[in-house]
Design a protein around this ligand. Structure first.
Ligand SMILES: Nc1ncnc2c1ncn2[C@@H]1O[C@H](COP(=O)(O)OP(=O)(O)OP(=O)(O)O)[C@@H](O)[C@H]1O
Length: 712
């Protein structure tokens, strides 16, 4: 389906009118200001769009390599957001601060459709290039924005609606923009909430990733919010200096910027020393400990943990700073000494639920074989918990004292996999870090190497990996000497590796090396411990007080979960945020689930979504109330061929039948009537909003005695 745009001449006139005549009350200020910038500052003309600038492939490659950490932290969250949207005509997009698209998640059909518009990696979407648009205007305004179809400066983009939020790096600077561009203009408020949450998840991941050698501190003024998306996060160096803070930390501590906290000591923030906080956190295991704001009586609950990559077995003295610990110059001096087990809790207060008997048996087998140095290959759908399972294998193995080092082979640009895995010596290539870098394989020495999405490893690297596995030696890039290395190996793939072998994309000899034992993890829909998993994830995501309504629970149990545990976790996370302490109802669950409920004909109590009330956009006529039309014949069971708006018939005729509806059906009927009214009785539009076919919606309307007639 082609993207439909507005009439160029009329749209341009409206832009000029709004900018010339000032901003009326009905106008969206952010958009109107952006239009003014486009006209006055960038000297763009709405009638004369320019072709968007795009990076050459080599320049894009280089930029992606530079931004690899950001993209890596964002890609899982973006994939989950895309799944939650359940909209095949939407794209989740990440740009850098120049507005260059770095990563995009969309269906192949939609990607193909929007690529000619410039919605593809490497293209610049700053306002100066593309005029008012979600990504560019979010960058210019440094704030979340929704740019609806007719809000775009250039007509050619008016077929799309974009919502975008900034993503901040651990220094508190804007590092990226996360955007959803979609054909549908519904649900902007809902989308902005989801985007904001996704941005926070990316920011927290960035802190974890950039400060792996620092002590993470998780805190909140309410204990149940520790380890949730609302928690404050700090990264603290070995010698007690604060290196980074997330937005919630700054907000809770009443600080304006990361600069206000960076380099201060933990004692300057809380009435406690680093040693004391670490010690008490260790003693109290999963429970946050009480601490007070320095020079004030504000109470916080906090947990300080040991660094995730504690010294990566670098054999540094106990007083070594985190900066030293990450110094890659030591790449050739690995230790074989297993590290002590971390003393504190894992990242979430609730451990993984692996109570399904098949899964428990598989875990037992995997632990036994890996103890005999037999590599284990995990297969399973995306999000089914392969990494969680791999960690559980590691934790129960003889090498649990060593590091667990996970490498996602799909998320690393091809050019970086080699240096990331094998490390490099100082000066090995242009752009290399001054002191060289210790590769992941050496970091796993004495512990476990987990190669995730191994099917995505390029063929030439497969050969090198095979050699390492056979010889148990690594030669970092640019190094002459080889280094002996000793680790246990787990790998995972959501793709069928045997099929890749057959099509020549995966080496057969490597496959047999990796698959000493192959474990197929069950999909969530096949697991018998779903109820426990839902309970424990709800506990983790809500901070302890999350509750589910009966219908929401039924739906969570019955849904097929194509995105598995990851999708479940994210659905609960967003539902907790939207329910805001109240029991989670159907309306708080993602649209994909609601759609499934409609399709299966299960009750849709309180389906007040998808459209949230909002101010009309510039030039938009306020929503009309439902027209009343005369009775027009029998109820329509099948979808009429035409796409014309319809209006309700005289409901009196159906009064009796309506009175017989049960309260849930009556409620659902109310909601559907409200939706129809909001969509001006356009059934296609309501069907689209629920993402169901018109036939499905007509059947539902018929069942609920909502009669419709065509109007001209
Ligand atoms: N048993 C479990 N208990 C609690 N959380 C789980 C469990 N299994 C998976 N999760 C959560 O689900 C999400 C996805 O898990 P994980 O990354 O292990 O899946 P995966 O199969 O490796 O995904 P991918 O194929 O995309 O790499 C994570 O947030 C993880 O914490």
């Amino acid at each position: 389906m082609a993207i439909t745009v507005l009439n160029t001449g009329r749209h341009a006139e409206r832009v000029f009118d709004v900018v010339r005549s000032g901003f009326g009350e009905e106008n969206n200020d952010v958009v109107a200001r952006s239009w003014r910038r486009c006209l006055d500052e960038y000297l763009l003309h709405p009638d004369r769009p320019r072709e968007l600038r795009a990076l050459e492939p080599s320049a894009l490659h280089e930029r992606l390599a530079r931004m690899a950490t950001l993209v890596d932290c964002a890609r899982h969250e973006m994939a989950t957001l895309f799944q939650q949207l359940a909209d095949q005509e939407a794209a989740v997009v990440l740009t850098d601060t120049d507005g260059v698209i770095l990563h995009m998640v969309a269906s192949p059909e939609f990607s193909e459709e929007v690529a000619p518009l410039g919605l593809r990696p490497g293209v610049f979407w700053s306002e100066t290039e593309a005029g008012t648009n979600g990504m560019g205007t979010c960058l210019a305004a440094a704030a979340p924005v929704a740019v609806r179809r007719e809000d775009h400066f250039y007509t050619q983009y008016t077929g799309l609606t974009c919502s975008a939020v900034p993503v901040y790096n651990p220094a508190g600077e804007m590092a990226a923009v996360l955007d959803v561009s979609s054909r549908s203009s519904l649900m902007q408020q809902h989308l902005l909430v989801l985007l904001g949450m996704t941005a926070r998840m990316i920011e927290n991941r960035l802190i974890d990733q950039c400060f792996r050698h620092a002590h993470p501190v998780h805190f909140h003024s309410r204990p149940e919010f520790v380890y949730t998306l609302h928690e404050g996060r700090l990264a603290v160096s070995d010698d007690g200096h604060i290196l980074a803070a997330n937005r919630s930390a700054l907000f809770q501590l009443g600080l304006q910027s990361v600069a206000d906290i960076r380099s201060r000591r933990i004692e300057d923030i809380f009435q406690t020393s680093q040693e004391d906080l670490l010690h008490r956190s260790t003693l109290s295991s999963f429970h946050p400990v009480v601490t007070y704001r320095a020079h004030a009586s504000h109470r916080f609950f906090a947990v300080m943990r040991r660094p995730a990559f504690e010294a990566s077995a670098l054999q540094l003295g106990s007083g070594a700073s985190s900066a030293q610990a990450s110094a890659p110059g030591r790449v050739l001096t690995p230790t074989r000494t297993p590290l002590p087990r971390p003393l504190t809790a894992p990242a979430a207060p609730v451990g993984p639920t692996l109570a399904d008997p098949t899964l428990a048996r598989q875990l037992d087998v995997a632990r036994r074989v890996i103890a005999r140095q037999t590599p284990v290959l995990l297969c399973g759908e995306t999000g089914s918990g392969k990494e969680v399972f791999a960690r559980a294998v590691h934790e129960g193995s003889p090498r649990s004292g060593g590091a667990f080092v996970a490498v996602n082979c799909a998320s690393l640009p091809e050019s970086l996999i080699e240096s990331e895995l094998f490390g490099y010596r100082a000066g090995a290539f242009t752009g290399a870090q001054r002191n060289g870098r210790r590769g992941k394989i050496l970091q796993a020495d004495g512990g476990t190497l987990f190669l995730d999405e191994i099917g995505d490893m390029p063929l030439e690297l497969q050969a090198r990996l095979l050699r390492v596995l056979e010889e148990r030696q690594v030669t970092p890039l640019g190094a002459e000497e080889t280094v002996a290395v000793d680790f246990q190996l787990l790998s995972a793939s959501y793709r069928n590796l045997m099929e890749l072998v057959e099509s020549g994309r995966f080496r057969e000899d490597l496959y047999y090396r990796l698959a000493g034992v192959e474990v197929r993890l069950p999909a969530l829909r096949e697991r018998s411990d779903r109820a426990e998993l839902i309970r424990s994830l709800l506990l983790a995501e809500s901070g302890g007080d999350g509750r589910l309504s009966g219908e929401a629970e039924q739906l969570l149990m019955a849904y097929a979960w194509p995105g598995n545990v990851r999708q479940l976790r994210h659905a609960l996370r967003s539902a907790c945020a939207l329910a805001d302490g109240a029991p989670i109802r159907l309306e708080h669950l993602p649209v994909a689930l609601q759609r499934a409920a409609i399709e299966s004909g299960s009750p849709m109590t309180a389906l007040s979504m998808p459209e949230m009330p909002r101010e009309p956009a510039i030039g938009e006529t306020p929503a009309l109330s439902a027209p009343t039309a005369p009775h027009a014949g029998p109820a329509t069971a099948g979808a009429p061929a035409s796409n014309l708006p319809v209006s309700p018939t005289d409901e009196a005729a159906d009064d009796e039948a309506v009175l017989k509806l049960n309260p849930i059906q009556a409620n659902e009927r109310q909601m559907l009537l409200k939706m129809l009214e909001q969509h001006r009785w356009n059934v296609s539009s309501v069907a689209k909003a629920f993402d169901v076919s018109r036939n499905t919606l007509y059947r539902r309307l018929h069942k609920l005695h909502i009669r419709l007639s065509h109007t001209d």
